[in-house]
Ligand binder design. Structure first.
Ligand code: G6P
Length: 365
């Protein structure tokens, strides 16, 4: 059953492998027009015409899931969107914008920084929405409108299957907002509807079919002390979450940069002791990614490419991933990077379920 870790050596690997099932649960709940918690339901609690922008707030991986979600909202609905760490949001005493939808994201629904941001917003006449995994948690109970993430219980400290469902919820919100402009967006919405049911199968194929290759790539990098994760456009938040994950569970220093920024400073650290993980989505930047790889190799830096480009060749270790849809591909990439972090950490014999210094949910300031 899904409550224990079953035959898996730890909860983290079990939870990574839960994703074909948990993504299917989220997709059928959040995209079906009749199910409770579905987009149809959102219209009952949210006033779509008054939403002119969206701001996602959360902590840690939930903040990065907000960044991915913001890019989905911008790309699909063409509604301006951004994400911010929940505590930083309050810290700067923000101007609360009445035409902005604020989305609070939390697995546990108990993270104090996120609850504070929510309470701050509740004192203003503004629409809020919560994405929560734990039903009945503080955030869930305090929220007028909450979307349940349906990933079941997540035990491992590092969030994987819930982060993926947060991105699916972000995509569902994007689709709901895009429907307001259906005339202009119908082709994209139809394309998304067709691709969505395939996502769980693609993830199952990835987890089974790419595991050995991703483990071999992890073998090749595990002894290094420092890494860059490089992504451009919507791959940049995906790279940020990838770097977060490897830091959390392997304790290797990892920093995410926009690929285009490498040459403006970070390139100084590239040497034979350094690894760059290139997060290459299937867009029109294949040549730019190939140039990026050669710039790193020219400084004798090590490179691992996670590529969704269909034709591009890189003279470096390349994990090839499928490309099914321009937005869903980022979710697939995220899962591949989870598996890469997992293997790197287990090769280093880390306690992947209980990394040092971290807590599953931080209920203090
Ligand atoms: C802690 C965990 C992170 C998590 C963050 C937010 O720092 O170690 O993995 O992303 O809290 O948790 P939440 O429950 O609010 O999503």
């Amino acid at each position: 059953g899904w409550q224990g870790k079953g035959s898996y050596p730890n909860f983290l690997l079990k939870e990574i492998n839960d994703q074909p099932r948990t993504t299917r649960a989220a997709i059928s709940a959040l995209f079906s027009p009749i199910a409770p918690g579905s987009p149809a339901d959102w219209s009952a609690t949210l006033d779509r015409p008054s939403i002119k922008r969206v701001r996602f707030l959360g902590c840690g991986s939930s903040y990065y899931a907000g960044e991915v979600s913001a890019s989905f909202v911008e790309q699909l609905a063409r509604v301006p969107a951004a994400a911010e760490p929940a505590a930083e949001f309050i810290q700067r005493r923000p101007v609360v914008e009445p035409d902005c939808l604020y989305v609070l994201i939390s697995q546990s629904g108990e993270t104090l920084d996120t609850l504070h941001a929510h309470r701050y917003l509740r004192r203003h006449p503004v629409q809020t929405l919560s994405f929560v995994n734990v039903v009945g948690s503080s955030l869930d109970r305090d929220s007028g409108a909450s979307i349940h993430l349906r990933a079941d219980k997540e035990v491992s400290v590092a969030s994987t299957k819930v982060v993926t469902n947060m991105q699916i919820a972000g995509l569902a919100l994007a689709a709901w907002l895009a429907r307001a402009d259906y005339g202009a967006r119908s082709a994209e919405l139809l394309e998304l509807d067709l691709a969505l049911p395939i996502l769980p199968t693609i993830l199952a194929d990835l987890l089974a079919g790419k595991d050995a290759e991703i483990r071999a790539a992890a073998e090749s990098v595990h002894a290094y002390r420092s890494m860059y994760y490089l992504g451009r456009g919507a791959s940049w938040p995906v790279a940020r979450e990838g770097a977060q994950k490897i830091k959390e569970i392997s304790y290797i220093h990892a920093e995410a940069y926009q690929s285009s920024e490498l040459k403006h400073g970070p390139l100084a650290l590239v040497d034979p002791e350094h690894v760059s993980v290139v997060v290459a989505a299937n867009d029109d930047s294949g040549n730019q990614d190939a140039t990026l790889v050669s710039q790193i190799q020219a400084r004798a830096g090590n490179v691992v490419v996670f590529s969704q480009h269909q034709t591009c060749e890189f003279g470096a270790t390349t994990i090839r991933l499928p490309a099914i849809h321009p937005l869903l591909d980022h979710i697939v990439m995220g899962v591949a990077l989870q598996l890469f972090a997992y293997h790197t950490a287990t090769i280093l014999d880390r306690d992947v379920d209980r990394p040092r210094n971290l807590a599953k949910s931080v209920t203090v300031e």
